[in-house]
Design a protein around this ligand. Structure first.
Ligand code: 16G
Ligand code: MG
Length: 540
């Protein structure tokens, strides 16, 4: 390592850091969704994330790292920042600790020392190339945070490219495209237009010869997904698809995620405020950075029916399983869920579709890694975040498959196009939207036919504030408590009293509370079970 370059870089970092002072008294933590809090508290954090991104790229021989500035479904005044690894995946978990350390360094000098300490511990040559790309959502605090990020990247002497306003999954896509650009299997053109072209071409192939799907109305949560979806729909063309985008006021920044969007619809189990749906038409809601989607419809009596992440996973697994069967390729589709997956969905997958299920702890990175172990791994959280991963070897199997008849050929072509249509890096609301529309078009189904595949068990989620949530330790993918001692026995005894009863307790990863989930055969019983389990936590 060249000493003079190192010295110069460290002095630049100290100098730039004085422009981005750390607010006193605040403790930051890089959690499951990166750093996320009030935008006004993030300036120093984002500057420091710039330094870390530069180091991460250097550690990986100059591969491009992504930085996304967004707070997803949070209120408009919040913002956040997270790093994207070279294959478009979430930041490797061991680096989350460095992120937290950087963010909490008390002084400019301490920060510079941390920077050098990480470089030395991981044998990173500060003189080597570093490449970073970044983008932001539509929040008002975004431009100032981008300026802080640029300062961090300049201080650490990284090369960077500003992709301006993008959805989170678009940036994941671009990162993967850049890093696979020179490989034998480039993922795509590393540009927004490349993303639109890839998805729209794949959609047209998947739906070729099928009737044009009925109109879909999409609530874009007044976020970045609105303009991007319109652009995507324009690329596909109205001969193939009719999409009506509502809640697309990105300039009315205070309306972001307000009384609309995927999180609102899922947690409130109701329509976005102001939407007046026609019976049995398909509706969907995105979140503020368009990496989550849920669907819904109303019936003839205006009753609301939610089609959540579990319903999407089941639909995708069924469709892909059937295509694999028709094609005759030797591939296995599997589904990854969390403990929050509705019991009926797990039963449907296992008993009816005969598809294997893996259950992982909450958090996208756990599901993603488990899905990589299947030939074709479908993963969705009930909240609507998910995607379908095709392993490299299944792609090779499909590409080299010699079909014996036109039916087999069709099925293989559809499977290959699905792999292009579905974002392989992360859950992507726009890509998931097209996937669902394509499947419904193949089956000539409306939302109610899709809904009929299985009926959700009534369920209830309760947030309980406890003295110390870290005292709650779980096993078996968060489905059983090992501590506090004795509590699981009480829960088991309660659950036994209810038909189709199931309940579990876990500490939240994003809030200072524990969550109680309960489901049972009837609404009344699910509610009662949730209350009883919550009561059993009293005094803890
Ligand atoms: C984070 C996770 C999300 C999970 C949620 C659970 C990512 C990108 N996001 O938002 O997947 O559902 O946390 O929150 O992994 P909780 O721990 O508070 O229940
Ligand atoms: Mg999101």
């Amino acid at each position: 390592m060249d000493i003079s370059i190192t010295r110069q870089q460290l002095s630049q970092i100290t100098k730039f850091s004085t422009l981005h002072p750390r607010p006193e008294g605040h403790k930051y933590a890089y959690g499951t969704a990166g750093f996320r809090l009030l935008g006004s508290l993030l300036d120093s954090v984002v500057f420091r994330v710039g330094l870390l991104a530069a180091l991460r790229s250097r550690k990986l021989d100059g591969e491009t790292i992504g930085v996304m500035i967004t707070a997803s479904h949070n209120p408009p005044d919040d913002n956040g920042v997270k790093l994207i690894d070279p294959q478009g995946e979430m930041l490797e978990a061991s680096w989350e600790t460095y992120a937290t350390k950087f963010a909490n360094a008390e002084t400019d000098d301490e920060l510079t020392k941390e920077y050098l300490a990480v470089a030395e511990a991981l044998k990173i040559n500060l003189d080597s190339p570093s490449n970073v790309v970044f983008a932001r959502d539509t929040r008002a605090s975004g431009p100032a945070l981008v300026a802080a990020l640029k300062d961090g990247l300049r201080a650490a002497a990284a090369d960077y490219a500003d992709y301006r306003i993008l959805t989170t999954p678009q940036l994941h896509y671009i990162v993967k495209c850049i890093n696979t650009g020179k490989s034998a299997t480039p993922y795509g053109d590393p540009s927004e237009q490349g993303y639109f072209d890839k998805l729209s071409t794949a959609f047209k192939i998947v739906t070729k010869g099928k009737p044009k799907p009925p109109i879909v109305t999409v609530d874009a949560a007044n976020g970045v997904g609105g303009p991007k979806l319109k652009e995507l729909a324009r690329c596909i063309g109205s001969d193939y698809l009719d999409i009506n985008v509502v809640k697309d006021e990105i300039d009315a920044v205070e309306r972001l995620n307000f009384q609309c969007g995927a999180d609102f619809v899922k947690t409130q189990q109701k329509l976005p405020v102001g939407l007046e749906p026609a019976p049995f038409e398909l509706y969907a809601s995105l979140d503020g950075d368009a990496d989550r989607i849920v669907f819904y419809y109303v019936d003839e009596s205006n009753k609301f029916h939610l089609l959540d992440g579990d319903k999407i996973a089941s639909l995708a697994a069924m469709f892909i399983r059937d295509l694999i069967a028709v094609s005759g390729v030797d591939l296995q589709v599997g589904v990854v869920q969390t403990a929050y997956a509705n019991g009926s969905s797990s039963k449907y997958l296992t008993d009816i579709l005969k598809v294997p299920i893996t259950v992982t702890p909450t958090g996208v990175k756990h599901l993603h890694h488990a899905a990589q172990l299947f030939d074709v791994g479908v993963y969705f959280e009930a909240n609507g975040h998910g995607t379908v991963l095709f392993s490299n070897s299944s792609m090779k199997t499909l590409e080299s498959f010699e079909a014996q008849n036109p039916g087999q050929q069709d099925a293989v072509t559809t499977l290959l196009s699905l792999a292009a249509l579905i974002n392989q890096t992360v859950g992507d609301a726009l890509s998931d939207l097209l996937l669902v529309i394509a499947i419904l078009s193949h089956k000539a189904w409306g939302p109610n036919e899709w809904d009929l595949t299985y009926t959700d068990l009534p369920n209830r989620l309760v947030r309980v504030v406890v003295k110390d949530r870290t005292a709650f330790k779980t096993e078996d993918a968060e489905r059983r408590l090992i501590e506090p001692k004795g509590l699981q026995g009480n829960i088991d005894a309660l659950v036994k009293k209810y038909k189709s009863g199931r309940s579990f307790v876990r500490a939240s990863g994003t809030e200072d509370a524990v969550r109680v989930y309960a489901e049972a055969a009837t609404r009344l019983e699910a509610d009662e079970l949730a209350v009883k389990v919550s009561d059993s936590l009293k005094g803890l």
